[in-house]
Design a protein around this ligand. Structure first.
Ligand SMILES: [Zn+2]
Length: 141
């Protein structure tokens, strides 16, 4: 099975995201249960494509397991909206996004415990200047 086809099948599967996010094994099992023959490599390729397309966000947990979270709003997990206040371009979480994700998860858990709200949804918006606007002399990314 080609990665493109797997991506299509995954787009149907992914909204049923487990609370702790998707792992490659979970996605693979989910596709298998739909009768789709995919292997690990195909699933990883498709996951990477969805990450590149910003459909999924990747995070590595404390146990070094890579987890994937849907990036669309309305999903239980929080996805910060990052927009430059000067040029209004949207920027993405970089290398350290796992730390941000786990901090957000901890925040949701704490909110849930103190309010009793199940799966509190955070709408996070971050304002600031992108590296480019803050320092126009910086090399373009
Ligand atoms: Zn900017």
């Amino acid at each position: 099975m080609r990665a493109t086809k797997a991506v299509q099948a995954m787009l149907d599967l992914l909204p049923a995201q487990p609370v702790s996010g998707w792992t490659e094994a979970l996605v693979e099992a989910g596709l298998h249960s739909q009768g789709l023959k995919v292997n690990r490599v195909t699933v990883y390729r498709a996951l990477n494509r969805l990450v590149e397309a910003c459909v999924l966000q990747r995070a590595v947990d404390a146990g070094r397991i890579t987890r994937y979270f849907l990036a669309s709003s309305g999903q239980p997990q929080a996805v910060p909206q990052l927009e430059c206040s000067a040029c209004h371009q949207h920027f993405k979480l970089g290398e350290n996004s796992a730390a941000v994700q786990s901090a957000l998860r901890a925040l949701r858990q704490a909110l849930s415990q103190s309010t009793g709200v199940v799966n509190p949804q955070l709408d996070i918006s971050v304002q600031g200047e992108c590296a480019q606007c803050a320092d126009p002399a910086a090399p373009s990314l």
